[in-house]
Design a protein around this ligand. Structure first.
Ligand code: DGY
Length: 335
């Protein structure tokens, strides 16, 4: 196994991938830490073996934590997901076993909004195609109709899910003079703050020049962008996804991009993820795919690690997690 374990009477924890040093050192003070040091995640079998006796698990979004896995970890007292999204965890199964689950909201909001806006700009102004054009030696002269993109300023941005990250994106869009409409997310202060107008889903699809997805992946949001929704969008619409790949029906998106039903897509997340290098989506000129980099800055990943460490340590002490996605677990304990 790609890990190392220290030995004393401290609680034992398993971290399913190497994390930044500061949170790791903090955890090592209080715990016996085993870190999965492989570049690839542990296989299901390796993960099952690794958590058989641990008190705490720090999981990544690459690990499926379900009832079967939890049953193989009878000592587990806390799961700390190193991500704000937790669709990889069967929270109901954890709750049923009295295990609190932590996540890392807030600390990655700005980085993810920066990334979403970078993707929006890159797709609108065909930056990736332009780079390839120069690298291929195709740049022979200036040309009035060469690699024309879409105006961002003055365009309408439709935000699906005006939560923390959606709001942070809206702040950036405001500076670019965009009109903002949104569907989903009920924080009125976020809407007021950015002059964002709430509309129904169909209106958002029909009226937006740019659509950015900021909704968690749930049963209700799985494939919420499919063939019908893509057909409602403007033929010039640019679709940005920094949420979860499963929110979009990939086959329908490939079809829409190939047939020019929408203008372009910029995807930080895909279904499946990772997507293979020979997938059609990766080779469409009007599609940008990057490898789930929304929170990938040094400072943000360290902050995520610190928060994930605080969640883990609180759970090991039997205290409420600073960010718990199933606080009902505490009520169940008292009952
Ligand atoms: C998350 O936190 O859910 C992101 O997808 C990865 O940082």
């Amino acid at each position: 196994m790609g890990g190392t374990r220290l030995n004393n009477m401290k609680p034992t924890i398993f971290i399913s991938r190497m994390i930044p040093d500061r949170p790791l050192q903090q955890l090592k003070i209080a715990c016996n830490v085993t870190v999965w040091e492989g570049e690839m995640p542990p296989t299901r079998r390796e993960l099952t073996a690794a958590i058989a006796e641990v008190d705490g698990l720090m999981s990544m979004l690459t690990e499926q934590v379900d009832a079967e896995l939890l049953d193989a970890a009878p000592n587990l007292k806390v799961i700390s997901n190193y991500a704000v999204g937790y669709d990889n965890i069967d929270v109901a199964a954890a709750t049923a076993r009295g295990i609190p689950v932590g996540n890392t909201p807030g600390v990655l909001t700005e980085a993810t909004a920066d990334h979403a806006f970078a993707l929006l700009l890159a797709a609108a102004r065909r930056i990736v195609e332009g780079v390839a054009y120069v690298r291929e030696g195709a740049w022979k002269t200036w040309n009035p109709i060469q690699l024309l993109g879409y105006d961002v300023h003055g365009a309408t941005l439709g935000i699906v899910g005006l939560g923390r990250i959606g709001h942070a994106l809206a702040k950036r869009a405001q500076v670019f003079g965009m009109k903002i409409i949104y569907h989903g997310g009920s924080n009125e202060a976020y809407a007021r703050d950015t002059n964002a107008v709430q509309v129904d889903f169909e209106t958002l699809l029909r009226e937006s020049d740019f659509i950015s997805l900021h909704t968690p992946l749930t049963e209700n949001t799985y494939h919420m962008i499919g063939a019908d929704e893509l057909a409602m969008m403007k033929r010039s619409a640019v679709l940005v996804n920094t949420a979860r790949g499963g929110v979009i029906d990939t086959d329908a998106l490939v079809n829409a991009l190939q047939r020019g039903l929408i203008g372009a897509a910029a995807l930080d997340v895909t279904e499946p993820e990772p997507i293979s290098a020979d997938h059609p989506l990766v080779h469409l000129p009007n599609c940008i795919v990057v490898p789930h980099l929304g929170s990938a800055t040094r400072a943000t990943r360290e902050r995520m690690g610190m928060l994930a460490a605080q969640n883990l340590l609180a759970g090991l002490r039997g205290e409420p997690l600073p960010n718990c996605v199933n606080p009902i677990v505490y009520a169940k304990r008292e009952a």
